[in-house]
Design a protein around this ligand. Structure first.
Ligand SMILES: [Zn+2]
Length: 73
């Protein structure tokens, strides 16, 4: 008869640590600086208002770009 005592204190309770990546930072395509959201232009507001796009500007290289907003839903 063998009595195996497997009483290990502190069982490996592996809890996956998720990095807080809730706020994903958008970066400029050319200079990789973080870009900020600005208001959409009148053309987009009038004709493409139904599109989930947002306008961003990079203050480093002064580039403006539209990005699809996939955060909804
Ligand atoms: Zn840039």
């Amino acid at each position: 008869m063998t009595a195996e005592l497997n009483s290990k204190p502190g069982v490996d309770n592996i809890t996956p640590i998720r990095p807080l990546a809730a706020q994903k930072e958008l970066r400029c395509r050319s200079c990789k600086a973080s870009i900020s959201r600005i208001k959409r232009g009148p053309f987009v507001k009038t004709f493409l208002f139904w599109l989930p796009i947002k306008r961003y500007v990079c203050y480093r290289c002064n580039r403006k770009s539209y990005r699809f907003d996939k955060t909804g839903k």
